[in-house]
Design a protein around this ligand. Structure first.
Ligand code: SAH
Length: 252
């Protein structure tokens, strides 16, 4: 028996009754199945977008639209779906995490890509950031070192009818030379320094956004912009990512 909600009922006018003229409210169900209004989490998702815009000062409308259009709850374990739109990271399988929405939005904004851009992502994890990138870029290549995560991320992305993103399993600190050069490269795990192969695979003017720090626990969010003669670096503040493990990252 579905739960009756105010939007599913017709209210008939008051009638005089034999009970001393007391008005009686007659409620009749319309027969429509009550849609669960929050089944698609559109309300918490909209609140998340408002928080990104108003509190975190995310300005790029294309990034905000991407955050509004991708169902983040589809990328977290079922038991955590109710918390998918909160202001925090969440655990996914393989002891990894899906980044806090603000970090996803900020890194995407810092990439400054558009519908013609080719983007490389290192650390697909759940595939959520991959899906966001697919909405703002032309083509997205993503690498994940844990095979199960790579497979699941690719499956989720296809299920959402996203066809401009591919996830493969290997060491992303080496980059993906076959599709280089890239307009933007986003690294979703923290390493001891900027992986050189990634800078080499950027176009001149291209942006690499990567968390870098001397310990596995804390990093600075670094943006590297490739120039004609080398590259320049900007520091975009403190952050904490899971470790980037590979030839140009941490050992195991
Ligand atoms: N952006 C992801 C968050 C992933 S957490 C999301 O939205 O869900 C970081 C991921 O980087 C982890 O899944 C980890 O396995 C992966 N990773 C770490 N080192 C890597 C490497 N060298 N190459 C590819 N992936 C790596």
């Amino acid at each position: 028996m579905p739960v009756l909600r105010m939007t599913d009922i017709l209210v008939r006018p008051f009638k005089k009754t034999r009970t001393g003229g007391m008005p009686v409210l007659h409620v009749v169900q319309t027969g429509q199945q009550p849609a669960n209004r929050n089944q698609d989490y559109s309300i918490p998702r909209e609140r998340m977008v408002e928080r990104l815009r108003d509190h975190y000062q995310i300005k790029d409308q294309r990034v905000l639209d991407a955050m509004r259009s991708v169902p983040r709850h589809a990328f977290v374990p079922e038991a955590l779906q109710g918390r998918a739109y909160g202001d925090h990271a969440l655990p996914i399988s393989g002891s990894q995490t899906i980044s806090q929405p603000y970090i996803v939005a900020r890194m995407t904004e810092l990439l400054e890509v558009n519908g013609d851009s080719r983007v490389l992502e290192i650390g697909a994890g759940s595939g959520y950031q991959t899906a966001i990138l697919s909405k703002v870029a032309g083509q997205v290549y993503s690498i994940e070192r844990i095979a199960n995560l790579a497979r699941e991320a690719q499956a989720r992305i296809r299920q959402l009818n996203i066809y401009n993103a591919t996830v493969k399993c290997f060491d992303g600190t080496l980059g993906w030379a076959a599709n280089a050069p890239y307009d933007g490269i986003l690294v979703a795990a923290g390493g001891p320094n900027v992986p050189e192969p990634l800078v080499a695979q950027l176009k001149v003017g291209g942006r690499l956004v990567v968390p870098v720090g001397p310990s596995r626990e804390a990093q600075r969010l670094i943006r590297v912009i490739k120039t004609e003669t080398g590259s320049k670096q900007e520091d975009h503040g403190g952050c904490a990512f899971v470790p980037l493990i590979g030839q140009h990252g941490w050992n195991q």
